[in-house]
Design a binder for this molecule. Structure first.
Ligand code: HSE
Length: 405
């Protein structure tokens, strides 16, 4: 029997206990032995609940117990999670985590500690909730050189944007709904400002390209400026707006970005709605591969965590994770990255469109009948720097959204 300890009895931690209880027998078959939760570390007590008999408040009880071979960190946040995880590895225990902030910030270092000790540091649940994406990058797509990863990596914002798009819902109300459903981060700015998606694309990029991507180097724009008016234009065009996180190797330069993107029905992520996440990976041999599934929530995330616990149990004494080196992977300046732009301008197209065309070159005019005193354009493909320069020259721009391929 493998005895494990779970650090944190919040949404994901209670989900991990539930998944192990519910599928106890089939998990034992797949792991090759029974998996049993011996301790749950939490600051709180849970009087009257069965979990109370496993609750401990002191991490040292877990670290000093030789019976514990796997520690599951689902507390979130960088500290004290990082210290607990490091000490667990140093005490000879494999670690499974769902903590994207921890993995994005300290993944290279923790993987190195695990590898040196023939332990595992596994983090399937840190990206895409229940979707297998870390394991495919680590095991299945290893024959390829990855050229691009583009994903909807945050369930909360996709839930909000989908409700705004399909039901015309109000941003704040839908955010509250996402929080009640257990999708949102404790500080919702992490979701709506794009930071969570940024950490996730940094993790995927580091794994795919084998060097450390500093998430703070990734240009990140959230969804707080996206309005019902933007969706009216999108509807007119038959398009939608999604928060995309992408990293792309263009002629040896890595471009990475998180931002709202207007996409057409031909885009592979167009139909990925609600809390569902979608990740499109392109490899130089396999071509396009898509991963779609529940991107947040208690049981989907816990399912991914438990799949790692099973992997850690099956691979005792052997490190199975690909390594990403501590060497820094430089991100290219976004100013030179190219795409088309959707931009809204104040005024009447009759007065302004000719001047706009002079400045931007060939553009498509977009008008929505019910929206007065403004219009929108879609530019040709141009660099971010060229677009900024043209927009400054034109003046009167209300907003702009990048266009997807
Ligand atoms: N807040 C995150 C999301 C949870 O909405 O995707 C899953 O990482």
């Amino acid at each position: 029997m493998k005895k494990i300890a779970v650090l944190g009895y919040g949404t994901v931690g209670s989900g991990v206990v539930e998944v192990i209880d519910t599928n106890y027998a089939s998990i034992a078959k797949k792991a090759g032995e029974e998996i049993s939760v011996k301790y749950v570390l939490d600051l709180r007590d849970f009087p009257g609940q069965p979990i109370q008999e496993k609750i401990v408040h002191d991490i040292n009880v877990i670290l000093e117990d030789k019976e514990i071979e796997i520690v599951v960190e689902v507390m979130g946040g960088v500290e004290p999670a990082c210290t607990f995880v490091k000490n667990a590895l140093l005490a000879g225990k494999s670690v499974v985590t769902s903590n994207k902030e921890l993995v994005a910030r300290h993944g290279a270092e923790l993987l190195e500690i695990a590898r040196e000790r023939n332990l595992n540091f596994l983090f399937e649940a840190s990206v895409g909730g229940g979707i297998p994406i870390i394991r495919p990058l680590n095991q299945s797509l290893t024959a390829d050189e990855i050229t691009e990863i583009t994903g909807i990596l945050n369930g909360t914002t996709n839930f909000i944007l989908t409700k705004m798009d399909k039901e015309g819902s109000n941003f704040d109300e839908v955010l509250k709904e996402a929080q009640a459903l257990g999708y949102a981060e404790r500080n919702p700015a992490a979701d709506v400002e794009g930071y969570d998606a940024c950490r996730k694309i940094a993790i995927l990029s580091s794994l795919a390209f084998g060097k450390n991507v500093n998430y703070e180097d990734i240009y990140t724009e959230g969804i707080t400026k996206i309005s019902d008016i933007d969706f009216k234009y999108a509807k007119e065009l038959g398009y939608s707006v999604k928060l995309l996180a992408s990293s792309k190797n263009v002629d040896g330069n890595l471009y990475a970005m998180v931002s709202p993107v207007m996409i057409s029905p031909e885009h592979p992520l167009f139909t990925v709605n609600g809390v569902i996440n979608g990740i499109h990976v392109n490899g130089n041999m396999v071509g396009d591969v898509m991963f779609i599934g529940a991107g947040a929530g208690k049981l989907p995330t816990a399912s991914a965590v438990v799949s790692d616990i099973i992997d850690a149990a099956k691979h005792t004494g052997r490190s199975i994770m690909s390594f990403w080196s501590k060497e820094k992977l430089e991100i290219a300046d976004k100013a030179s990255s190219k795409k088309a732009f959707f931009a809204r301008f104040a005024g009447n197209p009759e007065d302004k469109f000719e001047a706009i065309k002079e400045i931007f070159g060939e553009v498509k005019l977009v008008k929505v009948q019910e929206i007065k005193n403004e219009f929108a354009i879609i530019t040709d493909v141009m660099s971010e720097a060229e677009f900024e320069e043209a927009a400054n020259k034109a003046g009167g721009m209300i907003t702009r959204i990048r266009m997807g391929k």
